[in-house]
Design a protein around this ligand. Structure first.
Ligand code: IYR
Length: 230
């Protein structure tokens, strides 16, 4: 009994509540698993965007979904900066293209360039201006509240998972995105005026694909190439 009462509150006091869980029979679980797989199989990284507007409310919902991700000690160490302002998008494009040009012309190894060649990517990133929204995800290396610093845990894993949720949500609602990682990304801290405890993690343009959008005809690895069952 003592054990039972102990479980009602944790050490520092979150009350514990009953889990809301929609318990489905396994036949339904299997159907849902296949349906979700087929939906996710259609997700593609898109580099040609339409400029068709997307209401802010949609982006807010997507960010809230991403923010349901699990995180180390529930610290939720992420900031999503959503940009629709054309002048800021233009600044980001100019700075990203400068880094990308340096990457493609000087920094990238021969091996890296030959791995990218089949995908047809290059330094030019018009989608940074065409897409109606850019979401820049920042990871919070630590928290800074006035003079007080506090730690975050598993920041890389937590923010990576939140980005996975975000990418899945964008696809699920009928929009497209791309995981864009200009390197280095410090220019995003400056342009977006983020505090020093935050570091840029990923840049995601969000919108409809352009009508004339094309994607490379790539395949996913087979189940037996990506899994081991024991
Ligand atoms: N950041 C560059 C290069 C690039 C790197 C990888 I690894 C990719 O999968 C794709 C691109 C760019 O965005 O073009």
């Amino acid at each position: 009994m003592a054990e039972q009462t102990k479980k009602i509150t944790s050490n520092e006091g979150f009350p514990f509540i009953s889990l809301h869980f929609d318990h489905q029979p396994i036949k339904k679980v299997l159907e849902a698993s296949n349906k979700f797989l087929h939906e996710m199989e259609l997700r593609r990284s898109v580099r040609h965007f339409s400029d068709k507007e997307i209401p802010k409310e949609v982006i807010e919902g997507l960010i809230k979904t991403a923010s349901t991700a699990p995180s180390g000690a529930n610290k939720q160490p992420w900031t999503f900066v959503a940009i629709s302002n054309p002048a800021i998008k233009a600044k980001i494009r100019a700075a990203a293209e400068q880094e990308e040009r340096e990457f493609y012309e000087n920094r990238a190894t021969e091996e890296w360039l030959s791995d990218l060649a089949p995908l047809g990517t290059d330094w030019s990133k018009p989608f940074l201006e065409t897409a109606p929204w850019l979401i820049v995800v920042f990871k919070q290396a630590y928290n800074q509240l006035e003079e007080t610093k506090s730690k975050n845990y598993y920041v890389q894993e937590s923010v990576g998972i939140a980005c996975g949720f975000l990418i899945a949500a964008i696809h699920q609602v009928g929009l497209a995105t791309l995981t864009h990682t200009p390197s280095p990304m410090n220019f995003l801290t400056e342009i977006l005026e983020r505090p020093s405890n935050e570091k840029p993690f990923l840049l995601l343009p969000v919108g409809y694909p352009a009508n004339e959008c094309i994607v490379p005809d790539i395949a996913r690895k087979e189940l037996d190439e990506v899994s081991v069952f024991i």
